[in-house]
Design a protein around this ligand. Structure first.
Ligand code: NCD
Length: 304
């Protein structure tokens, strides 16, 4: 098994690496409550060039629960990259002198890979443009395994903005390492990139594509909903043409398998009616909790 150093993209991980992270996350359930000092001397830097609530705070919570320290910025405007035009390479060359590990979120595809080229310290990708969000995919897999008891054998619908949503890109690639069936459900303008669909089919996965919410939710075990990524649209008119089209309301929940679950990386806008929160299928706030133990596992496997 390869030693985990950087975590940039799901395709860098074999299934056994993913399973090892999920197993470690399970062990972290206890440690997360009791707290530990196993990373007591270690410092994590969080460089967030884009907004975040869950990813940054759960990384910080994970590091603090393991006894480590955290520093960083959550608003690019207060950094030299925002105010003075410093390059990403120079920012990384600086921060690697201050910390033992760097967690980065950046609006450009390829940014985390670039950061890794300039760093002697491990880099964790916390979202690179519309391309990848590997730690979210790992916590999504952990949530599925915990809530459904297994990943193999599951039938999963990935819904919403499959074109610009980085979470679904990483999750689709991660799921393709398991014995699953995948249904892609998106408005025609926001379909999954052909390169990813082809790669998943090549991995031997049974793939289906639908363009409406009713067909999206029927007969699957997991309905993974996503927000239309307004900030990634080159033209706001394109966004206006698709917004509000894909929504889960009580009506859609009634079409689901009774033991099906709804996941969502959050934040939600209008694609997930708050009335759905009270249904047994709604599990997205439990999914949030999986973010802490999964990120504890990642930090421990890299730094421990
Ligand atoms: C996602 C992201 O940033 O890609 N959020 C998250 O990390 N949970 C999803 C989104 O912003 O829609």
């Amino acid at each position: 098994m390869t030693r985990l150093f950087n975590l940039i993209a799901i395709q860098d991980l074999a299934r056994e690496d993913i399973d090892r992270i999920l197993d470690r996350a399970q062990e972290m359930e206890e440690i997360s409550k009791k707290r530990s000092n196993q990373l007591g001397s270690r410092i994590m830097a969080c460089l967030f060039f884009e907004p975040s609530t869950r990813t940054r705070l759960s990384f910080e919570s994970a590091m603090l629960r393991l006894g480590g320290k955290v520093l960083g910025f959550a608003d690019v405007g207060v950094s030299s990259a925002g105010g003075k035009g410093e390059t990403l390479a120079d920012t990384i060359r600086t921060v690697e002198r201050y910390a033992d590990i760097i967690v980065i979120r950046h609006p450009l595809d390829g940014s985390a890979r670039l950061a890794a080229e300039f760093s002697n310290k491990p880099i964790i990708n916390a979202g690179s443009g519309s391309e990848e969000h590997p730690t979210q995919a790992l916590l999504d897999l952990y949530s599925i395994r915990k809530m459904k008891g297994t990943i193999d054998g599951m039938h999963i619908s990935l819904c919403g903005d499959l074109k610009y949503g980085r979470t679904v890109h990483s999750l689709a690639m991660a799921l393709s390492k398991y014995d699953v069936r995948i249904r892609f459900a998106a408005p025609s303008q926001l379909e999954m990139k052909p390169a990813i669909v082809n790669e998943i089919i090549r991995a031997g996965i049974d793939v289906e594509e639908v363009d409406n919410m009713a067909d999206a939710v029927k007969a699957t075990d997991v309905v993974y909903m996503t927000r239309i990524q307004k900030e990634r649209f080159p033209d706001v008119n394109e966004y206006n043409a698709v917004k509000g089209q894909f929504r889960i309301r009580l009506e859609e929940v009634s079409l689901m398998k009774p033991d099906g679950i709804i996941l969502h990386p959050l934040p939600r806008v209008d694609e997930l009616d708050p009335a759905v929160d009270a249904t047994p299928q709604a599990r997205y706030f439990d999914q949030v909790e999986a973010g802490v133990v999964t990120r504890m596992a990642i930090l421990d496997l890299i730094l421990g």
